[in-house]
Design a protein around this ligand. Structure first.
Ligand SMILES: [Zn+2]
Length: 314
């Protein structure tokens, strides 16, 4: 069998992560990290993405760059999977809405390009080679600055009509609650995200308080930090309850920077869900920590390119 490779790119509001990924097993052969250039609009970001591809192709010489079957891009915002276009942007990347990512990168590199929402790509990556490997269905949640999500079921992702599906961070958790970036009030993301935690902490410790500080203080049994962590756990449990009822997945995977602190809140989340759902269809094992860390979107995007453009029996 001829070895097949793909380039995966993950575009976020702060960084671009790129990787040269082996199709057979998802192994990352080379990786690159760039700061997302936000000052000059979408054209500059596209130039950075193309530059990342060229650098990864150059590093692929040892492995023969003609084995690269395509490029997968994971991006924040709503993404039309068929056209590879951003149908609705994100406040974190100004000017990104309407950008034809696939067409532009294809024109610059000559390689076929697919593009998906970053939460979807992360779910694909976890299902492919991560903590969801072998699972028929899963929901992958990225707990970082925001609340990203992807819904995978039997080889398919739920994308919706124009790529706006699976936005589980914008389920209403609290009627007329805290304002959200999306314009709604009371969204999950306004309670269950790094931004939400740091905003709450700033009420107590001033404008420089961070999410990391909350967790560090919680480890030292600071009562305010423990209360903020418990509040986070309570809202996360309620969000997961809705997600469980909507999707009935084999497993819900928690990833992103906050999941690395899960020992501080996961047992509280599990016990609350145990109380609500009882033992009928809930064992507590349906919540797990994701395996691919910050590389989930990048690896998943490359996996999607392999799936879409690779030769199945090469
Ligand atoms: Zn929202």
């Amino acid at each position: 069998m001829v070895e097949q490779l793909a380039v995966g790119l993950d575009v976020g509001g702060t960084k671009i992560l790129g990787g040269l990924v082996r199709g057979a097993d998802g192994h990352v052969l080379a990786q690159i990290r760039l700061t997302t250039p936000l000052a000059d609009g979408s054209a500059e970001i596209l130039r950075s993405l193309v530059a990342a591809v060229q650098k990864l192709k150059a590093r692929a010489d040892d492995y023969r760059s003609d084995r690269i079957v395509g490029i997968g891009v994971a991006s924040a915002g709503h993404v039309d999977w068929e056209s590879g276009e951003i149908t609705d942007g994100t406040p974190n990347i100004p000017g990104w809405a309407g950008t034809s990512i696939a067409a532009n990168i294809n024109a610059a590199t000559g390689l076929p390009v697919c593009c998906d929402n970053d939460g979807n790509a992360a779910a694909w990556g976890e299902a492919w080679i991560g903590a969801g490997q072998g699972k028929r269905s899963l929901v992958a949640i990225t707990l970082g600055t925001g609340f990203g999500a992807g819904i995978y079921d039997r080889g398919h992702l739920l994308r919706g009509e124009r790529g706006g599906g699976a936005e589980l961070g914008h389920i209403i958790l609290v009627p007329d609650g805290r304002p959200c970036n999306c314009g709604q009030q009371g969204c999950v993301e306004a309670y269950v995200s790094g931004t939400a935690i740091s905003r709450q902490a700033q009420h107590f410790w001033g404008p420089t308080a961070t999410t990391q500080e909350v967790f560090s203080r919680a480890r030292m049994a600071d009562p305010i930090a423990c209360e903020l962590t418990a509040e986070f756990a309570r809202y996360l449990a309620l969000a997961l309850l809705s997600i469980f009822n909507i999707c009935d997945p084999e497993v819900i995977l928690l990833g992103g920077g906050i999941a690395a602190q899960a020992d501080l809140f996961l047992s509280q989340v599990r016990s609350r869900l145990n109380r609500i759902l009882g033992g009928r269809r809930w064992s507590g094992e349906q919540i797990q920590i994701a395996a691919l860390g910050e590389r989930a979107g990048m690896i998943g995007a490359a996996g999607q390119a392999i799936e879409r453009f690779g030769l199945r029996h090469a």
